[in-house]
Write a protein that binds this ligand. Structure first.
Ligand code: GTP
Length: 352
């Protein structure tokens, strides 16, 4: 029984699965429900918060969006997440619902466990954990695909005790789920989608709900109001990290297997050539995620750049504001052996 506790929905899912897209759709269809958003991103460029604030709807009011950029939320629970929640709960105008978007690299388990902290538990409950899946990436074998490379990496670096960073995280995010959104259903056939669903369901001991989606279009009534109280069931959703370190020792879960950096660049004069060049760079260097904003001379609007693997989307989202510096800024995320120097040089070569 939730009673007077504020429900909080945790939205998780691997890099680029469509979490921000789903939240944006939810906010624009929230029908007056007052939703507070906590957003956590990997990489030092707050793209998700900016994309949501740029959506121009009253529901995406900047006041209701808190960005946690100081590392990955699962590692900074005590320092960042708890104080943020306390501040939110101390507000006079408390929200009807809290939605937390984890970074694509976060383990949801420590975050859900934080809802058992005294002071939080009496006031908030986890309505449910929603895991967004890039069905096209799964169908393409993205999470099982890198075995050879990762095995070689592990041999070269004994410090890497995880089996495969991508696969483990993907599994941990699914293990935590109450609701799994099979997103990007538009990119694959119905048979492939069914294969993805069956593959995931076959790996899980619990039975979360599955919902298919295109462009994150899921009715808010489906996402919010699950009423599960996931924090009371956290012991049944152990992550690989919990299992590896069940020896009682405290080990930090860090994100050494992944790295990110931000690049500031000049203007993009030819969007088609830029996209083509980006695609080559992403493939050559196995970049997992690249996103940000680009300055196109002569265009009053800023261009949003979103790449997930070699799939690149660009669109203009809002006019550059007065006093805002027009520049191209991108965050690049990949495994820890990213060749930052070569990527920076490659990106510089694509811009003026
Ligand atoms: N074709 C297609 N593209 C989608 C869909 N959902 C999201 N996208 C695109 O996928 C890219 C990543 O979407 P985001 O919503 O930013 O993903 P995210 O999970 O928030 O990404 P991170 O926060 O970086 O982990 C964007 O270019 C979206 O437009 C979908 O259902 N179909």
């Amino acid at each position: 029984m939730i009673g007077s506790k504020i429900p909080a929905t945790v939205i998780t899912g691997f890099l680029g699965a469509g979490k921000t897209t789903l939240i944006r759709h939810m906010l624009t269809n929230a029908k007056g429900k007052r939703i507070a958003l906590i957003i956590n991103e990997f990489g030092d460029l707050g793209v998700d918060g900016d994309v949501l604030k740029g959506c121009g709807e009253e529901v995406c009011s900047a006041d209701d969006i808190v960005e946690l950029t100081n590392g990955c939320i699962c590692c900074t629970v005590a320092d960042d997440f708890i104080p943020t929640m306390e501040k939110l709960l101390a507000r006079k105008d408390r929200p009807d619902h809290i939605v937390i978007e984890t970074s694509g690299l976060a383990l949801p388990q420590p975050l859900v466990a934080a809802f058992n902290w005294p002071g939080i538990k009496t006031q908030v409950t986890v309505d449910g954990v929603v895991t967004v899946v890039d069905s096209a990436a799964v169908a393409a074998g993205r999470f099982a695909h890198d075995h050879d490379k990762l095995d070689a990496q592990r041999l070269a670096d004994e410090g890497l005790d995880h089996e495969s960073p991508l696969e483990e995280l993907f599994e941990d995010q699914l293990t935590a789920a109450d609701l799994i959104i099979l997103n990007k259903a538009d990119l694959i056939s119905a048979a492939e989608l069914e294969g993805v669903r069956a593959g995931i369901a076959g790996h899980l001991t619990r039975k979360p709900i599955f919902v298919e989606a295109r462009q994150g279009e899921v009715a808010p009534e489906v996402l919010l109001g699950l009423g599960i109280g996931t924090e009371d069931d956290i012991a049944n959703r152990k992550s690989h990290h919990d299992i590896h370190h069940a020896d009682g020792h405290e080990h930090d879960h860090d994100h050494d297997e992944f790295e990110s950096f931000v690049v500031s660049l000049g203007p993009v004069s030819d969007a088609a050539a830029f996209n083509e060049g980006l695609k080559n760079l992403i493939t050559t260097h196995d970049i997992l995620r690249l996103k940000g904003f680009a300055d196109m001379p002569g265009k009053p609007m800023r261009m949003v750049v979103q790449a997930v693997g070699s799939r690149i989307d660009t669109h203009f989202d809002r006019p550059w504001a007065g006093g805002e510096t027009r520049e191209t800024r991108l965050v690049v995320i990949g495994l820890h052996d990213l060749d930052e120097t070569a990527i920076r040089a490659g990106l510089a070569g694509l811009t003026g």
